[in-house]
Write a protein that binds this ligand. Structure first.
Ligand code: NDP
Ligand code: TDO
Length: 300
């Protein structure tokens, strides 16, 4: 197997590189826009620059590399920025997928495309793969449009991996996440406002990477929900983070999401039912506490 990863500098991309380079039957090709932030950690891994919004480059790299599988993690993931810069969001999250999906179909590359719980409106949850999408943000709309392109591309072998609120350690900077944010704020004795009326099934980045690897290994086709299995509010997550790191939970102020004025709306209740992935792939995510423990060990 030869697996090409887009967005290898990102949180999931980094964990995929770490996992796949250990599989003896896999040749990994890490790609990212700009410089390779993993060069010091994994000098053994082949790196090719790839901006997925550049149609010519997409074609060139895929023709040159001829991977058997492509895991597409690259995206504009800052939900508020997507709301404020809608054209840029569409180019990165939708147009890029048109290029990738059509080229993968042409070259018979199995495409594993990453998607999100934010394609749902958040009125009911946890959700199965069959739930009806109804995005309430531009980010969510862009990710749903990308799913539709993947599904409608003639001749494409594809899987869509949807996930929820991903957390983990990240090397060389990048998007923060709830566990790092809570831990680092409390370590500085900063008070933080944490939402207690949103529900999510938070996902350890390593578990998600393993789920994506299982999809590739089985050349699975269709939609798969890959998240943790505990439905928690951010406030409950923050309490667990405080307890694990023995930090002062009194610094956590419980608030309603309505007290925030954010450019993009967030779905109140999401979370995934992951039975399909457990049954068909043997996907077994860790508990939230186990995820925090792994993150703590890696941060030492
Ligand atoms: N994080 C989360 O909570 C969730 C994520 N997802 C989805 O999972 C996937 C992975 O997310 P995650 O790893 O957490 O996100 P990150 O933001 O950590 O990583 C995304 C990466 O995509 C890269 N990227 C953006 N535009 C381009 C481009 N044009 N060409 C090449 N690379 C580009 C970014 O590059 P740069 O570093 O240069 O900015 C970044 O490294 C995404 O598709 C996201 O939508 C779904 C649900 C939850
Ligand atoms: C900034 C902030 C967030 N939160 C909570 C709300 C939210 O559920 C959680 C994370 O907030 P953020 O604004 O960092 O992230 P957010 O944009 O809500 O995260 C999303 O990212 C995209 C990429 C996805 O696809 C989604 O699955 C989702 O996880 O933390 C607070 O409680 N207080 C705060 O001050």
């Amino acid at each position: 197997m030869k697996i090409l990863i887009t967005g290898a500098n990102g949180l999931l991309g980094q964990k995929l590189v770490a996992l796949l380079r250990q599989q003896s039957q896999v040749t990994v090709v890490a790609t990212a826009r700009g410089t390779n932030r993993l060069a010091d950690l994994y000098p053994d891994v082949r790196f090719v620059p790839l901006d997925v919004t550049d149609a010519v480059q997409v074609r060139q790299v895929l023709v040159q590399e001829q991977p058997t599988h492509l895991i597409h993690t690259a995206a504009m993931t800052q939900v508020d920025e997507c709301e404020l810069n809608q054209d840029a969001c569409w180019t990165q999250n939708v147009t890029a997928v048109e290029y990738l999906a059509s080229t993968c179909a042409e070259l018979d590359i199995h495409l594993i495309h990453l998607s999100t719980d934010f394609i749902f409106n958040g009125l009911v949850g946890p959700l199965t793969e069959e739930a009806t999408p109804d995005p309430i943000s531009h980010y969510g709309a862009s990710k749903l449009a990308a799913e539709r392109i993947v599904r409608a591309t003639p001749g494409l072998r594809w899987a869509i991996a949807r996930t929820v609120l991903v957390y983990g350690t990240v090397h060389g900077g990048g998007r923060s996440n709830i566990v790092l944010w809570v831990r680092d704020s409390l370590r500085k004795n900063q008070k933080i406002k944490v939402v207690s009326d949103q529900w999510r099934t938070p996902t350890l980045a390593e578990d998600l990477a393993l789920g994506c690897w299982l999809l590739a290994l089985h050349s699975a086709q269709g939609i798969y929900h890959l998240s943790g299995h505990e439905l928690l509010t951010p406030y409950q997550m923050a309490q667990q983070v405080a307890a694990f790191f023995e930090l002062d939970a009194a610094l956590l102020e419980q608030v309603d999401a309505s007290t925030f004025t954010q450019p993009a709306k967030r779905p109140p209740r999401t979370g995934f039912i992951i039975e399909k992935a457990e049954r068909e792939l043997g996907y077994q995510p860790r508990s939230f506490m186990e995820g925090i423990a792994l993150l703590a060990q890696q941060s030492k």
